[in-house]
Design a protein around this ligand. Sequence first.
Ligand SMILES: [Zn+2]
Length: 274
Amino acid sequence: MNRRKFLSYVGCGCCGYILNSCTTAPITERKQLKIISESKLNAQAAQIYEKVKEKEKLSKDKKTLDEIKEIGKKIENSIAEYFYRSKLDDPTVNFNWEYISIDNKKVRNAWCMPGGKIAVYSGILDVTKNKNGLAAVMGHEIAHAVAKHSVERASRGVLINTGTQIVDILSGGKLSQINRTTGMNTVGLLSQIGIMNPFNRKQESEADYLGMIFSSLSGYDIRETVKIWERMKEFNKGKAQPEFMSTHPSAENRIKKINEWTNKIVLEYPPINI
Ligand SMILES: [Zn+2]
């Protein structure tokens, strides 16, 4: 038995034989339960993404969209190359990457749906400030998708809710409040795929860590990461708006961890030149 096979036997012990659905997150190797099919979730996300494109005001700022696509392409390639060189399965193999930029200054947010459908709202550009900042935010959002956090959350939802609901949907009151404060008319749509619902703390921390790795592999300066979180904290002072930070709790703790990881990631995950 070769070593890899041995490891995979050992690694499968977590869920026994009843549910053959326990896997691990890429790189961090955190155990995950996945009983919802990824392809089903990706297909659903792709449909919702099309509706978002129809309903939202897409930005006419071509320069920014080009920058978003350039950063995205570098991250896409670096992830694929990293897993190829490490002789590991590429978690993005079924992704159909796509990028839009939404013109809404009130929304300081960005997201990546399962399967690699990405949106950046113009409001977050005040926080990201530069290419490295934008790469940090995109790296984080892409990491949620790469680590299949939505699949994991939906799977847990199925166990709790006896299988009828794919993902939690925000309450009507919360939806209309977000709609009022931001002018987003796709909040209901997005919550169907879990985009407006916060991830849990472990997933957030994992997205921070993996996001920094992906940005670093792509050649971006990850020392900017901690700076965007500090700027975000400033922006959010005294506001109760549903923004990037508010769905991403415990700012102080996250900043501390990012600082601890930065040098290690710079050394261990240098740019992967393709
Ligand atoms: Zn996040």
